[in-house]
Design a binder for this molecule. Structure first.
Ligand code: SF4
Length: 285
């Protein structure tokens, strides 16, 4: 275990985690909302030796369509997440603690990535579960990956405070940010989260000239309102019309029995995105 970088100590052995906007105040022997950060006697710890998942994937699977197309990327994830979505597709690792069963230090991950270059690997993607909650691991690995001339990819919900994001921006070459809803009300109601943080972070990532693509899983009742989608894509186009957008179809998963997104709604969201953005792709169909 490693001491976390982004927290403050309080009295009675409590700590305040300032990695993401949830800002959990964590009592001794408890974990934060994401289940990945653990307070042991007034010190906040994170895992830095084990991960939950490892695979080599086509870069398009992240999804990134405009970043080294046709290449492969070694993909690693931890367990836990700072969102608890009812429809999570990776709930076995995201909605639990201690599923980090593969012993692999950041140095070993970088070595593995380098070994795979001859098979078309371009670097490492931090993905599967939410990589924000493994940021110390990511920063350590990403620094080595960068030194070796390889690429770092971050697939995230984008729910992170500004200082840690600025640290990531030093080393991450490409981001895919999962935009889960198109309005403040929907983010608050469905995810207890602040949409303004996501928008601010999208702007910041784009301003640092890092490669950015966004994904939107269209879930009935959460983000299938055309007017809300229109407002969001109009806003996004003012940042940069060239940001590729992935509009994905939802299917029932985990705790959600809601029917799959209708093709009619999916295409209506795609059409409204295309009014403002130049590169719109439909997935999961
Ligand atoms: S990273 Fe985890 S512990 Fe820290 S504030 Fe966010 S949810 Fe809470």
């Amino acid at each position: 275990m490693l001491e976390c970088r982004y927290y403050e100590k309080f009295d009675s052995l409590k700590v305040l985690c300032v990695l993401c906007p949830r800002k959990c105040l964590i009592k001794n022997s408890y974990r934060g909302y994401c289940r990945s950060r653990y307070n042991h006697e007034g010190v906040l710890y994170t895992e830095n030796e084990f991960i939950s998942s490892l695979a080599i994937d086509p870069i398009e699977k992240k999804p990134l369509f405009h970043f080294f197309p046709g290449s492969k990327i070694l993909s690693a994830g931890a367990s836990g997440c700072n969102f608890h979505c009812d429809f999570c597709q990776n709930w076995q690792i995201s909605q639990c603690e201690n599923k980090n069963l593969i012993k692999l230090s950041p140095e070993d991950l970088a070595e593995k990535a380098l070994d795979l270059v001859s098979s078309g690997n371009i670097g490492v993607a931090y993905t599967y579960s939410e990589p924000v909650i493994m940021i110390e691991y990511v920063l350590e690995a990403a620094k080595i990956i960068r030194e070796k001339g390889l690429k770092n990819v971050f697939v995230s919900n984008g729910y992170i405070e500004e200082n840690p994001l600025l640290d990531l921006l030093e080393y991450i070459d490409a981001f895919n940010i999962d935009v889960k809803a198109f309005s403040e009300g929907s983010y608050l109601k469905n995810f207890s989260a602040d949409f303004n943080v996501i928008k601010k972070n999208l702007k910041l990532i784009n301003s640092k000239v890092r490669h950015l693509e966004i994904s939107c899983l269209i879930v009935p009742g959460i983000n299938d309102k055309i007017e809300e989608g229109e407002k969001f894509f109009e806003w996004l186009s003012e940042i940069d019309q060239n940001i590729p957008v992935h509009i994905n179809r939802y299917y029932p998963c985990y705790k959600s029995n809601e029917q799959a997104t209708s093709m009619k709604n999916l295409m209506a969201i795609k059409d409204v995105a295309e009014k403002y953005m130049k590169f719109v792709y439909v997935g999961n169909i």
